[in-house]
Write a protein of this length. Structure first.
Length: 342
């Protein structure tokens, strides 16, 4: 994670902040600073504004008229112990994308991270910054890592052949249960009620719940997206929602029939189907997202750190939160999986 640079000679008089509560009012400069994070661009944020209203606000930092920092702020009743075994829910201002994914909800030119952090700290109440990749000056804790697989193979068969024997045996055994399963690649507007019920099933079983999205989120996605739907004998077994972000494929959401899962090894086979699709379509990497790290590491994924930051306008609570951030944060698995022969 890169260190924080400081721009010398910054004066408050040269700095200014603007705030908007509607995406359509945000200047187009926002997207240029968002860069290759398509989830931080206006089109996707505008979609979330329509289907997942949570008091979104958009803050922009200017220095001498030039945009230097942006972040998304939204209100969420969050379990402060989301990543531990306890439960305590209260309203929090969250800096992030109002949709459960592993991308950060802010961006800053090098040297302007401190100004962004100070502005967040000035907001009254509790603040939480999720999924940080860019370093900020505050005390950091761990949130769920994201799992990334670099695609160094020209075919799915070559991917399996590169594995050590016991991994290859396990995956081929799983694939044998998939022999009569039909895979359809459909557009998000064809996302139906059955797939949505399966998404809800996964959501309700998740130990790390944040936002639950409605059916309109899936059907109206404005991003280059595909749904891989698995079915057998007319019964939908499950699906994965994939976003095409340049040369990276992003696994966003899944759902599957839990009763049929043991028979078809559904979750593992859906993940393998993502690898098959990614290699076949020529992507360079797959971001498999957060949760189920051990299963994804057995596919060959590497964990990429994501950071969280806490702040509170009450000095006592701010000090307490930052002293306890290691306890409140997520403890990633320490297992090492040597999946490939070399």
């Amino acid at each position: 994670m890169p260190g924080i640079q400081k721009v010398q000679g910054l004066r408050d008089a040269a700095l200014s902040w603007e705030e908007y509560d509607r995406v359509e009012e945000i200047p187009d400069e926002w997207d240029r600073l968002a860069g290759n994070n398509i989830f931080l661009r206006k089109k996707f944020l505008g979609h979330l504004e329509q289907v997942n209203r949570c008091r979104q606000r958009y803050r922009l930092l200017f220095h001498q008229g030039s945009l230097k920092g942006i972040y998304v702020l939204y209100r969420l009743k969050l379990d402060v112990f989301t990543f531990s075994s306890l439960c305590l829910k209260f309203p929090v201002w969250t800096v992030g994308i109002p949709c459960s994914l592993s991308k950060q909800g802010f961006a800053a030119h090098p040297g302007f991270e401190e100004q962004l952090w100070l502005d967040i700290r000035r907001i009254r109440g509790a603040k939480l910054i999720l999924n940080g990749e860019t370093s900020l000056p505050g005390t950091r804790g761990e949130t769920l890592p994201t799992c990334v697989l670099d695609l160094d193979w020209t075919s799915f068969e070559a991917y399996l052949d590169a594995m050590r024997s016991h991994y290859r045996y396990r995956f081929k055994k799983a694939r044998s249960k998939w022999a009569e399963v039909k895979i359809d690649c459909v557009n998000p507007e064809n996302f139906d009620q059955e797939m949505y019920r399966q998404y809800e099933g996964v959501y309700h079983r998740s130990p790390y719940k944040l936002e639950k999205l409605g059916l309109d989120f899936f059907r109206g996605l404005p991003l280059p997206a595909k749904v891989l739907r698995a079915s057998h004998g007319g019964q939908v077994l499950g699906f994965v929602l994939l976003i095409e972000n340049g040369d990276q494929l992003v696994f966003l959401f899944t759902g599957f029939d839990y009763k049929l899962s043991p028979k078809f090894d559904t979750y593992l086979n859906l993940l393998l189907q993502i690898v098959h699709y990614g290699i076949h379509q020529g992507f360079k990497s797959i971001d498999f997202g957060q949760t189920a790290e051990e299963t994804k590491m057995r596919l060959g994924c590497l964990m990429k750190q994501r950071k969280l930051y806490l702040a509170h306008s009450n000095r006592f609570l701010d000090t307490l939160a930052n002293r306890c951030i290691g306890f409140l944060g997520y403890q990633p698995p320490r297992h090492h999986f040597k999946v490939f022969k070399s």
